[in-house]
Design a protein around this ligand. Structure first.
Ligand SMILES: [Cu+2]
Length: 473
């Protein structure tokens, strides 16, 4: 080979190398971005699994707290407002969410979750939860996801899948026929897995995120002729002598003692019957009832098997359901332990302000209202006439309208406990709409026909946004 040819070959090789490098660079940058986006999705998915397991009892399966159903104490987390795409705002938001999950929120039932604070979650798991809520990874707070909504929405769908998986019966239970809003007998393909007092969920999925909860009651009735214990039994006896065993079968659940509704009854499950001696062998304290002593003459009631339900239980609304609607069990009520009530203020947090909101513990300022008043909602306080969370004084029998506006960025609403002064009961006065996004306006109209002091609050910030209505003659 002569030198000219060698140079040509070298030049050729060099060109190939240069082009390859350029191509690799062009190809690698989007690939890296894709990898980051994929990782964010994975984190959101992990966060969703944790959420379904630990958080939905208070924040709901949709993650929307009281927007999902009245009585859920958790703040709404599945909101577009939680998916900031500007780096500065995202960093501050993620910090707040991270701190709250780590430490809990003093004065509310939000517990502390981090292992440092005695909770079950590690640092990475808390980041995964923050990714689910904000749609961006906390470490990337200065580089928000391309599409935070897509990341979060993907995660919230997985919460539904995980929740339904955890709550489904095996074998699967579904409605045999469509039911209307008034039906109290609900036709199911299988009732063998249900017991008295269960709370069932009818429907609910990522595609159709509404559901109804119903409370099951299963009737017990006197046998005919009536049956009773012939001799006393202690808490450990498993052989019972009855006045008549003719109406009893193996596997029956019997009720010993007072009438249902009275909590002092015990359920027993029949394992064997001896017709000759009139004795039955039972499993004591069936269905988690409390085992106790019973004396001769105690009535024995048999289960009729007829199942009725209370519709629209636990803050849900009764609605129509088509045939084939999935029925789920495993209802977990929200916890009630208030963080910081044991005077252990985790992570150095201090209690929410309460009272008039300025934390000095003084009584709230009184603002007299006749006819109507402008009520401003901020993050997180009410303001009327420049006063924070004031006591609003109104006249007996007077119709009052609050013109309510959300001047904050968080979601708010206003609810007045009615004459019974209990929240989430029929006589509450609630703002229209039920919840206000930033800048939303609405009204709350009410009349009290008797004098007294009644509480008001925001359902989403129950410990910070609260005050009283003083009704005077
Ligand atoms: Cu609020």
């Amino acid at each position: 080979m002569n030198t000219g040819k060698q140079i040509n070959v070298m030049l050729g090789l060099f060109m190939v190398f240069a082009v390859a490098t350029l191509l690799y660079f062009l190809w690698d940058t989007p690939r890296q971005e894709e990898a980051i986006e994929r990782q964010t999705m994975t984190n959101s998915e992990r966060g969703a699994e944790l959420f379904a397991l630990n958080c939905r009892s208070c924040h709901g399966i949709t993650g929307q707290g009281a927007i999902e159903r009245g009585g859920l104490p958790g703040a709404p987390l599945n909101l577009e407002a939680m998916r900031e795409s500007s780096a500065g705002a995202l960093g501050a938001l993620q910090q707040r969410l991270n701190d709250t999950i780590t430490c809990g929120r003093i004065g509310t039932v939000m517990p502390s979750w981090s292992q440092d604070q005695g909770g079950p979650l590690n640092f990475f798991q808390i980041e995964q939860l923050v990714t689910l809520i904000t749609g961006s990874k906390p470490v990337d707070a200065f580089d928000p996801s391309e599409d935070p909504n897509a990341v979060s929405e993907f995660g919230w769908e997985i919460v539904w899948e995980e929740a339904n998986h955890a709550d489904e019966f095996s074998p699967r239970v579904e409605l045999d026929e469509a039911i209307g809003v008034d039906a109290t007998a609900i036709p199911l393909n299988d009732v063998s897995q249900l017991k008295h007092g269960d709370i069932l969920r009818l429907g609910g999925s990522a595609e159709e995120p509404v559901y109804e909860l119903v409370a099951v009651s299963i009737a017990f009735d006197e046998f005919d002729p009536s049956t009773e214990l012939v001799s006393d039994i202690s808490a450990v006896d498993t052989t019972l002598k009855l006045s008549d065993v003719g109406q009893i079968g193996r596997g029956d659940v019997l009720l010993l003692g007072s009438a249902p509704g009275n909590l002092e009854f015990e359920l027993v499950e029949v394992e064997a019957i001896d017709e000759e001696t009139g004795q039955i062998t039972v499993e004591r304290g069936a269905e988690e009832t409390i085992v106790s002593e019973h004396s001769a003459g105690t009535h024995v009631l048999g289960r009729l098997g007829e199942m009725t339900v209370e519709r629209g239980a636990e803050g849900t609304k009764a609605m129509e359901h088509p045939e084939g609607t999935d029925v789920f069990g495993n209802f977990v009520p929200p916890g009630t332990t208030v963080t910081g009530d044991d005077d252990v203020f985790v992570c150095g947090q201090t209690a929410g302000a309460g009272g008039d909101g300025n934390g000095d513990g003084d009584a709230a300022t009184v603002v007299a209202v006749a006819g109507s008043a402008d009520v401003s909602m901020g993050d997180n306080f009410f303001e009327v006439d420049g006063e924070t969370n004031p006591t609003l004084e109104v006249g007996v029998g007077e119709s009052i309208t609050f013109e309510v506006v959300n001047n904050g960025v968080a979601i708010h609403n206003m609810r007045i406990a009615g004459v019974d002064n209990e929240y989430d009961s029929e006589d509450d006065f609630v703002s229209v709409p039920d919840f206000f996004a930033a800048d939303d306006k609405g009204t709350l109209t009410f009349t009290f026909d008797e004098a007294g002091t009644f509480n008001y609050r925001c359902d989403f910030h129950q410990t910070e946004m609260l005050g009283q209505i003083s009704v005077v003659e």
